[in-house]
Design a protein around this ligand. Sequence first.
Ligand SMILES: Cc1cc2nc3c(=O)[nH]c(=O)nc-3n(C[C@H](O)[C@H](O)[C@H](O)COP(=O)(O)OP(=O)(O)OC[C@H]3O[C@@H](n4cnc5c(N)ncnc54)[C@H](O)[C@@H]3O)c2cc1C
Length: 285
Amino acid sequence: MKSDLRELELVSAATVKEACERLDAGYRPLAGGTDVMVLLSAGKLASRRWVDLWALDELRGIEIRDDAIVLGALTTYTDVRRHPVASVELPMLAQAARETGGVAIQNRGTLGGNIANASPAADSPPALLAYDAEVDLVSSRGSRRVPYAGFHTGYKQTVAAPGELVARIIVPRADRTSFYRKVGPRRAQAISKVCFAGCATRSAAGIVTAVRVALGGVAPVPLRVPAVEQAILAGEPFARVAQALDGAIAPIDDVRSTSRYRRRVAANLLGEFLALTGHHVGLAS
Ligand SMILES: Cc1cc2nc3c(=O)[nH]c(=O)nc-3n(C[C@H](O)[C@H](O)[C@H](O)COP(=O)(O)OP(=O)(O)OC[C@H]3O[C@@H](n4cnc5c(N)ncnc54)[C@H](O)[C@@H]3O)c2cc1C
């Protein structure tokens, strides 16, 4: 049954401290509202009390540091697309931003909301996992930094405790080769069937010295796959690397796709990534 939106209480926080106090009092955070409003309108969210984060400039902006690009939780997809450094140095995230929703969603949807919403099919998480990002959480008890690799703990579950806000996402700067691909039913306004992000760092001699691979749409959480990374670094042939991937993912049959299709697409995207890194690639059987 649809909710009556007039029954909601929405307060705007002027400071992060005030927002955290509201959370402690039982309010839930609202950023761009692009996930929340859909669920509220459909009657799928019980909470009636919401604290609007939109005015919190402390959570906004992209900061370029020597070693990292720091994205405030309220960074929108449009902010990423338009930023002269982030859009160039973080091509996987920029591509995720370009392929998320349409222009209206990109203007309003935030990175903090995307990861806090914790959909396994969301588009920025694989990129952030492959970049080995970290997340700053803030609450009335203080702040803490957590590796994004451990952020998603189960379907729609995160390490954020009640009362904690995502404050910023920290992405290390590095020279890396990267590959990002979202596969959906069409090229715009589509939820991913499978999303793949991979990046590799090479030595001066061209040897791959570090690699990270992450996928969306193939497990209850956005998933980084260490078994695949180890197989690549060990120089295993493609069949072995693909086998490691197949063993690590658990895609389901649902309205958007079948498990079999998702497994095949994931293996194909892995092949494309490996070809880019110079890894020997055989044909998937
Ligand atoms: C038409 C449409 C198309 C879409 N297309 C895509 C797509 O292609 N790819 C994709 O990944 N997503 C897509 N989405 C989903 C959505 O737009 C994104 O997940 C967006 O990034 C959510 O950000 P938001 O700021 O709007 O979050 P909100 O809706 O405000 O919040 C989402 C959740 O996160 C929590 N939250 C928000 N900010 C914080 C914070 N700072 N700290 C802690 N918790 C927080 C909220 O309480 C809520 O639970 C689409 C949505 C719509 C309606």
